[in-house]
Design a binder for this molecule. Structure first.
Ligand code: SF4
Ligand code: SF4
Ligand code: SF4
Length: 348
């Protein structure tokens, strides 16, 4: 039986107005590209016709507010739950009162205070915070309470202590949800910046405990990633019946397989590549979603019928961990070393 498609991550562009230190896009060789008008119209038509589809996340590996299609998408997709993930820097320039009222949730990336945000993302912190004020003002005007505002904090050794002053500020700005995700290094020289560990991680658990206490006092709800490797694995994309459409129309299972790139998993460098189950130029979305290959893949991941590299005795000598082509059961693509399924990396 084919599970209903519930959620689509829609990448309107893979271009961005920033050039953050932690960005996955540094590994790309292709020029960034906006989704074309023609593909955008095709996607809207298809998404509107899928009755099971509840949520559309306008986000992906790029800044959605850079896309010329953004206003039209928000308007055309009315009736579905619309989420926007953004670096927040173009909010005042691009988001109108009507658009804001039509969006259910906006997730803004903020992972430090003034100096950190300038150093890592080239962002003027006060201007970013004024975008939060702007959204709060529009929320007051539209009287709908829309959109909810969440903040995503990508935590590393470098920035994690800045979460305390940030929480104070967010509480003042009526933000209620803070999502912490771990930094996923892309180069070996970033490998030591991570906070998570394979085994017992007392220092991080204590730090999370302090963050939790601090958040309670400020009325913030914090979603934490795991601090250490757990046996349990859960792919939020597969379990959530979600898929990812790139700006070029490729249908990938998740963020990790949406583009080429690299990652360092517990010190081991790995080359990532895009894994697509089809392109919307060739086939309708539901045909791709229901294809045997995609069904088999989801079934394998949902039922945890795939190997596990981080706790495998052979990991230090295994050549399969250098890329994501195949796992040691001969299945492709290789999810066995995925830190998203381990709840170290979290996305909305
Ligand atoms: S805002 Fe996101 S997509 Fe843009 S450069 Fe930064 S990390 Fe990359
Ligand atoms: S691919 Fe298989 S053999 Fe290689 S490290 Fe992972 S689980 Fe172990
Ligand atoms: S397990 Fe990881 S790599 Fe595999 S589909 Fe889920 S998020 Fe993607």
């Amino acid at each position: 039986m084919v599970c209903p498609l519930r959620k689509v991550y829609l990448e309107l562009t893979d271009a961005c107005n920033l050039d953050c230190r932690i960005c996955f896009r540094h590994q790309w060789v292709n020029e960034p590209m906006d989704m074309t008008q023609c593909l955008g119209e095709n996607v809207v038509k298809q998404l509107k016709s899928i009755s099971s589809l509840e949520t559309i996340v306008l986000g992906g590996m790029g800044e959605p507010l850079v896309s010329p299609l953004f206003p039209q998408m928000v308007k055309s997709l009315a009736g579905k739950e619309i989420l926007l993930t953004t670096n927040g820097t173009l909010i005042k320039e691009k988001l109108t009162k009507d658009m804001v009222a039509a969006i259910d949730l906006i997730v803004i990336s903020i992972d430090g205070m003034e100096n950190r945000m300038m150093q890592d993302r080239g962002v003027v912190f006060n201007e970013l915070i004024s975008s939060v004020d702007y959204l709060n003002q529009l929320k007051l005007e539209n009287k709908l309470g829309n959109p909810r505002l969440d903040i995503q904090f990508v935590a590393s050794r470098e920035n994690v202590h800045e979460i305390f002053p940030l929480m104070d500020l967010l509480a003042e700005k009526q933000i209620r949800n803070l999502v912490i995700s771990h930094f996923l290094p892309q180069h070996p020289d970033q490998a030591d910046d991570i906070l998570y560990q394979r085994y017992e991680n007392k220092p991080l658990k204590e730090l999370f405990h302090k963050i939790r206490n601090h958040s309670f006092k400020r009325g913030l709800r914090v979603q934490f990633p795991e601090a250490e490797l757990k046996t349990e694995r859960r792919c939020a994309f597969v379990s959530g019946n979600a898929t990812y459409i790139t700006s070029r129309g490729e249908v990938a299972p998740c963020y990790r397989f949406s583009h080429q790139g690299s990652e360092v998993v517990f010190g081991r460098f790995k080359t990532l590549k895009q894994f697509s189950f089809g392109n919307l130029a060739d086939k309708p979305l539901m045909e791709i979603w229901s294809s045997e290959a995609y069904l088999r893949f989801r079934n394998r991941i949902y039922n945890n019928h795939y190997p596990s590299c981080p706790d495998c005795d052979l990991v230090e000598g295994c050549s399969l961990i250098q890329d994501v082509d195949f796992d040691c059961n001969g299945e492709e693509p290789n999810c066995s070393d995925c830190l998203w399924a381990r709840k170290f990396v979290i996305c909305t």
